[in-house]
Each structure stands twice: as structure tokens, then as C-alpha cells.
Design a protein around this ligand. Structure first.
Ligand code: GAF
Length: 389
């Protein structure tokens, strides 16, 4: 967690609203494997990280509420009794959506002020959206004694994203951001919304992210299209979700779906198996197998599910040329953002440099490398910036 971020939002809050705020830190996430499986009721393997959103929040006596996005230097005043989604792509939809979804649960939120800032680059595929939603719902729950459990809070965050942001996301991002555990990844069963923590210590290997620094447009609509394609195939199969299908089941409807959608469903079924196999590989400390599963995941995302892009494919190909990278794949929704790499510690710096150079030569723009720590989920930060239990 960045103390600097927390200090900054606190200072800005005091300067603008002259009262002591409650400070929240809500992390972004990585995902080791299990991509686009969450909304198919399947398994995912995310972890909260040391990058996220710091928020300063407090009740207000005014008849309006205010949200201030420090990164964008954008401030908005709004009426809690008249919430509607703003235009598509507006940051305030994350805040409005959370408040509206709390209200939909017949809980009463009074006026409040919030100042927030993050250190997750937008479009990196590290869930800055879920981090923001969770910081808002967590803060409001504290301030207004709403009595919401963490499980309820993440459902509110997810609904905000569905109904105000327009992305029909699964539950992975909100879950990982809220329930993250330091030094652990969480094997989350998205049907039961229960996770098993796995301590991550790869000894002489580590995880490293490389951000393509691109986010191709239409990614939200392509995401929603993928989700409906999966749901339609589940319906054809007469099952609740693709999690319940085997490859043999899928063959029975091969002539009823397009070859493209068939491949997408096949990818989901296979990825769901890979996520579970990955947890076994981690238990056995079998990093070769884990790496191979990660490469296979990327191959499926790129050639079957079709959510990769040239920049991501290029970085994964670069990884494959280096024997010390055991696995690499695109991470998150796709169409840009980061690759996640499982790499020997003694090679990380060298690969970061060679991959960055090759990327710049190929695309004429820079990528960014992140070495991340796995951290706890959304929490209150006390005034001396020590985390409260
Ligand atoms: C995005 C979504 F928000 C998640 O729910 C998940 O589907 C992910 O893409 C793909 O695995 O981050």
C-alpha cells in the first residue's frame, strides 16, 4: 500500500472539506490463471496487490455530495436522490453506481464527500474499477453503519459495474480486491463465491507484469458479447453455466453453434480445468507445469476466445524465447493491459530490459514493467497509515 497516496488524498480532503476523513485503501488484483471463467461460474486464481485506490471519505452536512478524482483533477457534486448513470466512460459512474445499488437494497446513505487517487494505470487489466467501487462501498458502510457484509459489498460493486458502467463483469475483481490476503493467491469458486488461499512463494521464481500500455476500444462491448455467447451455449446445453459442461457435452451441440462460438465455449471449459490444475501445481511446487498451464491459457485466450491483441501476443512470444520465463499470458479482460510472467528471479531484470527494447522497436511505444507484492484486501488505514485489523 502506498503511504504517499493515502497522505495525498488525506491532505486534499482536509484542504477541501476541513474535516478529518476516514481513510480506505482498496487494492487492484492480478490473476495467475482462470480468465473469463468467473461469469461462467468457474474457477479463477487472483490475488490483491500493492497497487490500488486510496480514498478519503467523510459524512457531509451539505445537501449535496462531492466526489473528487485526484488523478484526473475532476470534481463532481451530485444529489443522492436523483442518481442516474452519466455518459459512458465517465469515472463518476463507479461512485454513482455503488450508491444507487446500496439504495436499491433499501439502505440509507447520507451526503458524503470523497477524494480518491490510484496508482494502478488505467487499462492495465488490474481492476482499478473494482478497487474504486470497493473503496466507496466499504467507506459508506463504515460511515453510515449500513451493516453490509463483505460478501454483500462485492455484489453491490459488481452490480454498479453492470448497471452504471455497462460491463457485465463476473465477481473475480471485486472479490480479490475485497478479500485479498498478504502473500496469498485465492483459488475462487465463482459459483459458491468461496475461496481457498494459497501461499505464494515461488522461491527462486517470481511473478512480473508487463503493461502494453494499450487499451483497444470496444473492449467493453466485446466483453459483454463474449459473456452472452457463453450464456447462450449454456442454455443450448440445458445447464446453468459452462462450468457444468465437459468437452464431450459441447460436442453434442457442435452443429448448432458457429465454429467461433464453439471455440469460445471450448476455451472456457479448458481454462476452468487449467485453473484447478494450477492450484495442484502450486501445492506440488511444480512450476514447470504451472508455467505450461499459463502459456496454454494465453494460447486459448488469443486463438479461441479471441480477446488478445498484437501487443500482448508479442510480449508472450518474447517470453517464449527466454527459457527462464516458465509461463506468460495476457491478464484480465483483454484487448490490452498487462501480461503476467512467471520468471526466474535472476532473469527478471534482464528480461524486463530485452522485452521492453523489443517492444519499443516493434510498436514504437514503451511498455512498463511492474514487480508486485501480494497484499491484503480493502481496509481502513489509520491516521498514522498503519493498517487497522
Ligand atoms: C474483467 C472482469 F471484470 C472480470 O470479471 C473477469 O471476467 C475478467 O475480465 C476476465 O477474466 O476483469
Amino acid at each position: 500500500m502506498s503511504n504517499q497516496l493515502t497522505n495525498e488524498v488525506k491532505a486534499q480532503f482536509l484542504a477541501h472539506f476541513k474535516t478529518e476523513p476516514l481513510l480506505i485503501f482498496s487494492p487492484g488484483r492480478i490473476n495467475i490463471i482462470g480468465e473469463h471463467t468467473d461469469y461462467n461460474d468457474g474457477f479463477v486464481f487472483p490475488a490483491a496487490v500493492d497497487k490500488g485506490i486510496a480514498a478519503a471519505i467523510q459524512k457531509s452536512d451539505s445537501d449535496k455530495s462531492t466526489a473528487y478524482a485526484l488523478d484526473l483533477d475532476s470534481k463532481i457534486e451530485f444529489d443522492l436522490n436523483n442518481l442516474k448513470p452519466s455518459k459512458e466512460g465517465s469515472w463518476e459512474n463507479y461512485v454513482f453506481g455503488v450508491v444507487a445499488e446500496i439504495q436499491n437494497r433499501n439502505k440509507v446513505v447520507g451526503n458524503f464527500n470523497i477524494v480518491f487517487k490510484g496508482d494502478i494505470p488505467s487499462g492495465a487489466g488490474m481492476s482499478s474499477s473494482a478497487a474504486l467501487e470497493n473503496s466507496v462501498v466499504f467507506g459508506l458502510n463504515e460511515l453510515f453503519d449500513l451493516g453490509l457484509s463483505k460478501e454483500e459489498m462485492i455484489l453491490i460493486s459488481q452490480k454498479a459495474e453492470h448497471n452504471y458502467v455497462g460491463v457485465k463483469c463476473g465477481i473475480m475483481d471485486q472479490y480479490a480486491s475485497m478479500f485479498g490476503i498478504k502473500n496469498n493467491a485465492l483459488l475462487l469458486d465463482c459459483r459458491t463465491v468461496k475461496a481457498k488461499p494459497y501461499e505464494i512463494d515461488f522461491k527462486d521464481h517470481q511473478l512480473m507484469l508487463i503493461n502494453t500500455n494499450v487499451k483497444h476500444s470496444l473492449s467493453d462491448s466485446a466483453y459483454n458479447d463474449r459473456r452472452s455467447a457463453c450464456e447462450n451455449i449454456a442454455e443450448l446445453l440445458g445447464i446453468k453455466a459452462l462450468r457444468d459442461a465437459s468437452e464431450d457435452d459441447l460436442k453434442t451441440i457442435k452443429d448448432k453453434v458457429t465454429p467461433e462460438n464453439y471455440q469460445k465455449a471450448l476455451y472456457v471449459i479448458q481454462e476452468n480445468e487449467r485453473a484447478q490444475k494450477a492450484s495442484k501445481a502450486i501445492e506440488d511446487n511444480d512450476l514447470e507445469t504451472l508455467g505450461a498451464l499459463i502459456y496454454a491459457s494465453h494460447n486459448g485466450l488469443s486463438t479461441q476466445f479471441k480477446v488478445s491483441c498484437d501487443e500482448l501476443d508479442f510480449l508472450v512470444e518474447q517470453a517464449k524465447t527466454n527459457k527462464k520465463v516458465l509461463g506468460a499470458r495476457m491478464m484480465g479482460g483483454g484487448f490490452g493491459g498487462c501480461t503476467i510472467n512467471l520468471i526466474a528471479k535472476d532473469e527478471a531484470q534482464n528480461f524486463a530490459e530485452t522485452a521492453s527494447k523489443a517492444y519499443e522497436e516493434k510498436f514504437n511505444k514503451a511498455c512498463s514493467v511492474y514487480f508486485i507484492q501480494l497484499e491484503d484486501g480493502t481496509h481502513i488505514v489509520n491516521q498514522s497509515n498503519k493498517e487497522l485489523k
